[in-house]
Design a protein around this ligand. Structure first.
Ligand SMILES: [Zn+2]
Ligand SMILES: [Zn+2]
Length: 382
């Protein structure tokens, strides 16, 4: 299906992308590299979808389902500590989520599709920008060029360190958690440190909010797992002569269910506002990096399972969703789809760790599995 020459070329592509990573919204060279690699293979290309996104379309010319496979384009603001030849050449930017690998898996599917004739419908390989900031999927979904594609199904995979290499991890319905960043700004009044009574210090308000907000996850209204993690806090300035006049608290809200996220958000806002009033503080609350829960369609997870069985791939149906988030949830909100995991090896460093690297062994398995999914749906070459 993929020759050794093609597999070697895919590994080279993965390493090139790994060497020259680009952050969310800056994936210009990465998209250009993929355009060079896949342009002649596909029937039609759409560039600049939702920013630097790019879609390669393989069209049978016959009616049928439009099946979309999605990969992310962006890297992370992390300094790579690996010293191998394909290590990132940029300071503080590296592919620590394996998106370089996901891009290559999709390119492998492109190579297969350029050789095998489709029976019906269309296949779209979508390279989406800005996944790590939770913005890209929405930008793509709001792009009129994307709307014209009208996909019937959408699939994606994510590599999972900690699971056996190549094992497929499938979950019906809730796959990954919803999450959002909350920024709380408190404004009081600075004063001389010798006369704190002349100012309004946000110290107590900040302590109370940090304490109370973390306790909200035990409220009985929540139906499933939820978590609030304080990720940053700042009080006043580093000046011994000054009693602080401002504070900032940042936390991440997380839940398996979207309705729980709404409950948690309302409770967090209400708690922070109540404390601010009691402490005579002005308050400003903002949310950022909003990820809905990724909810898989059971028909689509069924197709993934069947494809694994046909290829004799080891798979596991898991029961608990993952606590991390993926902006793929924006897609599954609107299109029937499934995100599944592929084990990256039990001893592979965790995602977003400075010494992580995508295992090239997964490229062939990923591309073949995606192609089998195509076959399951279109009936091509079964
Ligand atoms: Zn990531
Ligand atoms: Zn990722």
């Amino acid at each position: 299906m993929l020759t050794n020459t093609e597999l070697n070329s895919l590994v080279r592509l993965r390493k090139e992308i790994h060497r020259t990573p680009e952050l969310a919204h800056n994936e210009i060279q990465t998209a250009k590299r993929l355009l060079e690699y896949l342009k002649s293979k596909s029937d039609h290309v759409i560039t600049n979808i939702g920013g630097n996104g790019i879609a390669f379309i393989f069209d049978s010319g016959k009616p049928g389902a439009t099946i979309l496979f999605r990969s992310e384009l962006d890297a992370l603001p992390i300094m790579e500590t690996n010293v191998f030849k394909h290590a990132s050449v940029y300071k503080n930017v590296s592919h620590k989520c394996g998106h370089d690998g996901h891009m290559t898996v999709l390119a492998g599917l492109g190579l297969i599709l350029s050789k095998e004739k489709l029976n019906s419908g269309k296949i779209v390989l979508l390279y989406q920008p800005a996944e790590e900031t939770g913005e890209g999927a929405e930008l793509v979904l709001n792009d009129e060029n994307f709307l014209k594609l009208q996909p019937d199904f959408i699939f994606a995979l994510h590599n999972l360190p900690g699971f056996p290499l190549g094992k497929i991890i499938i979950k019906n319905e809730h796959f990954a958690a919803a999450s959002k960043g909350m920024i709380i700004k408190l404004e009081g009044k600075t004063s001389h440190a010798a006369e704190p009574e002349n100012g309004i210090s946000p110290t107590n308000g900040m302590i109370k909010i940090i304490d109370m907000i973390q306790k909200l996850v035990s409220t009985s209204e929540l139906k499933d797992f939820a978590l609030i993690t304080i990720i940053h806090a700042k009080l006043g300035e580093r000046a011994f002569g000054t009693s602080p006049g401002s504070a900032e608290i940042m936390c991440t809200l997380r839940s398996f269910r979207n309705d729980d996220m709404e409950i948690l958000t309302n409770a967090a806002v209400e708690t922070a506002k109540k404390i601010a009033v009691l402490e005579y503080l002005k308050i400003n609350i903002k949310f950022t990096e909003v990820f809905p829960a990724t909810i898989n369609d059971p028909e689509c997870t069924g197709i993934v399972k069947k494809a694994c069985e046909k290829l004799n791939l080891e798979y596991e149906m898991i029961n608990a969703p993952f606590k991390w988030s993926e902006d793929f949830g924006h897609f599954t909100d609107k299109i029937n789809g499934a995100l599944f995991g592929i084990g990256a090896g039990e001893n592979t460093p965790s995602l977003h760790n400075p010494n992580y690297d995508f295992p090239d062994e997964l490229i062939e398995t990923g591309s073949k599995l995606f192609y089998q999914i195509v076959k399951e749906i279109t009936g091509s070459n079964v």
